[in-house]
Design a protein around this ligand. Sequence first.
Ligand SMILES: [Zn+2]
Length: 383
Amino acid sequence: MSVSTVALDHGAEASKVVSSCQVCANGDLKPVLFLGYMPPVNQMRMIGQVPAEQPSYPTNLLFCEKCELVQLGLSVDPRILFPPGYPYTSGTTRILRENFAELHRESCEMLGLKPEHLVIDIGSNDGTLLANFKEHGHTVLGIEPTDVGKLAQQRGIATVIQYFGPEVARKVRAEYGPARVVTATNCFAHIEDVHAITDGIIQLLGDKGVFISESHYLIGLLDRLQYDTIYHEHLRYYSLRSLRNLLERHGLEVFHARHIPTHGGSIRVYAARKGDYPVQTSVEQIIRTEPRGPEMVERLQRFRREVMLSKLHLLGMLADIKAKNARVCGISAPSRASTLVTYLGLDDAIVDYVVEIKGSLKIGKYMPGTLIPVVEESRLFED
Ligand SMILES: [Zn+2]
């Protein structure tokens, strides 16, 4: 079944409006920002394909004053967001490879991991993270909903290709035993039923088991005006406070946290069952710097205004460039480029093409919702 057929079959009924907070069920969510209606960022049509009907989804950011979670107002059907042909591989990004090698070093050192300890990665993608643990003799298992998991299998990394949830957790626990470490990098904000996911993760954890998550960091997003990282895969935008609130509901205690550079600024958070590990000062150090309550409301209002001004500024720049008959092309087509293109209303009359490095699965396709082609980067040098 093709991606577009999936969208047409399931799109209308399976996406859900978020009418109460995903973490605390508070029904009084405050609107923060509306970026308009966007196509799913990973559905890219082949160049030359005649434009046909295409779904698009509202992209509105909401704030829960009770648990401080910033979240999207629509949860799009995961079969649309993460189709089997999902074109994202983490192994192609240098900063991610370096980060995962560093995560391996840090966790082994801090937790005294031994080869017999099982390490499970949720949303394991092409196995780039687990490869580090496997090289050092650990037993590893990936869980990945898309066909990208087959790339990991080809590298010899055991991978269950399924959407993660309590049912899969039960099966994995029965078959592979308890995990010492469960990781979820850049996906803990993506899966709709966050309570089921957290319960599933706890089921996987054995004695002194540790859950390590990496998530794009809300405060960095606000400070660096990264509104382009807002798209439908990212259902939740965590501060350390809101993430800690969530984990505490499940009896997990955050005992270490730090800033990491991936995805333009993320946080790595270590959590375990309460009392298993001493809580390090790093946690309070980060939390102290985060706006809270009315301060956060004010901060989000300021963000909304800054996003609007940024759009007008960029459009003004483009107007000047195009008035001089100059050409514009884009470098790299990550999902976030799609938010930028859609929010600004860029099209193929403004942007000639977007380049990607050789081997990217996005080459030969159009930027989502446009007729801007994605081409190999050598084109830029030829031109
Ligand atoms: Zn809430």
